[in-house]
Design a protein around this ligand. Sequence first.
Ligand code: ATP
Ligand code: MG
Length: 569
Amino acid sequence: MANAAQVQRMSRLMIKTLRDDPADAETASHKLLVRAGYVRRSSAGIWTWLPLGKKVLENVSRIVREEMDAIGGQEVLLPALLPKEPYEASGRWEEYGDLLFRLKDRKGSDYLLGPTHEEIFTLTVKDQCTSYKDLPVILYQIQTKYRDEARPRSGVLRGREFQMKDSYSFDTTDEGLAQSYALHREAYQKIFQRLGLDYRIVSAVSGAMGGSASEEFLAPASAGEDTFVDCPSCDYAANTEAVTVKVAPVDGGAHGPVEELDTPDTPTIEALAEYLGVQASATLKNLLVKVDGEIVAVGVPGNREVDLGKLGEHLAPATVELVTAEDFVDRPDLVRGYVGPQGLAGKAFRYIADPRIAPGTAWITGANKEGRHAKNVVAGRDFEVDDYLDVVVVEPGDPCPKCGTGLKIDRAIEIGHIFQLGRKYADAFELDVLGQNGKPTRVTMGSYGIGVSRAVAALAEQTHDESGLCWPREVAPADVHVVAAGKAKQTELALEVGERLGAAGLRVLVDDRAGVSPGVKFTDAELLGVPTIVVAGRRAAEGVVEVKDRRTGEREEMTVEEAVARLSA
Ligand code: ATP
Ligand code: MG
């Protein structure tokens, strides 16, 4: 018996494909999802999911749901419209700044549209769980989230309204949290594998969420807004801000005494290197910053840049700011553009250096006098380093910390993020349960997100080709796209094939549109990206169709019987 629901006739499908890219679209997923009629822009960063798009979105959601259920997650649905108070209690009403959509009800009370739900889940568990026996618990939802992103772009990749799976774990012990985290990590691996996404797991710097262990799941794609380092020979991958580069120890060798040089008008490394005819890498650049208001100098080779994000992470919770002209007013010892650590490190400022400024290495650096530099300034002999920290912006070719091979830097889309939050939210809301010892025990939490709508765009980015979308089977809106390429005979055969494939349990799209040329139908089939295309064409009268693999382009003629047997196998 044919399962009618599995066979979608295109003559009855609301779909309008476009030949041209939308004017504002820069990325492939944005162009193709719009052109193929999967989504339409409603307003900036806000999207309508049309019938085929909704099917793909549902397929992604189903996979996420199945794997979350498999680790014991319980699905709930919390409101998206939330009162201000819990977000005030956690500090995020302020912290989120302009990212938060805020609104008032008719009585003038403040509300927000949820960007993520740590606060409300914490309160839900506080209400529902009272004893250690009620834990551990993993709760999740697949829900619409709202963030007033500064630059909503790339279609559904970065929306202001988007679908997220967010889950939260609640445990009484640190070991329990580690276990819940490990379960999520494995579930995520299964989810992304089933989705057919190429992904890497990288350790992340935990931002505004607060907390400790945190990893991101990145889908490499040129349209991505994240950069990450990837080792071409081992499995090492990391967020660019989280890389710690292993620097080989150097043999300092013998160096002559410090020698001062007259170098007029050379306040920048470029000017200095040109004036002396040396490589920038032979010079030592000293960047002055203020750490909690105190001046600190950061020494790096002249050809490298300081990564302020990395520096901030190393020095957190202290704040790091760049110095301004005012900071030099009462400091005649600091000569702007000509600062050197010799004589000053550890006295005039705390001196932080990149590990490349290893003991025994000699440098050309500022002489602490206007228009003068010094050469043969040797680390450990002429100045001491207070702290060696990895603070330079990572560059392609830097050694892999695991195997030493030169690293690559690639772009990627963040598709998932897992955090061990610890007790931050439990403390804010005094979430305790009765412990085994009869005393209140503070709960420890994890939070875990997957961009469900973003995953659709990430898949489109990774799998499309020049003709259109090219879905992996599990997320495709149909298994088979049958094209009636001709008149009545072809349409009749196409519908018959569709019915038989549907009866065999396959999801089928049949292009039975009248008055649409075979050429247009072929172009649309390529654009829509269903994994198998069956064409009822020239040899329809003989009961012969052509079966084509959308990805490889391989095609083969066979009888309808053979096609049905082959495709339903
Ligand atoms: P991003 O750095 O891309 O802004 P995020 O780190 O702020 O993301 P999380 O708070 O970790 O995002 O949210 C969990 C997941 O939700 C992300 O890993 C991402 O896949 C997805 N996501 C976040 N913001 C958006 C958005 N504006 N549009 C679509 N998906 C998003
Ligand atoms: Mg994130």
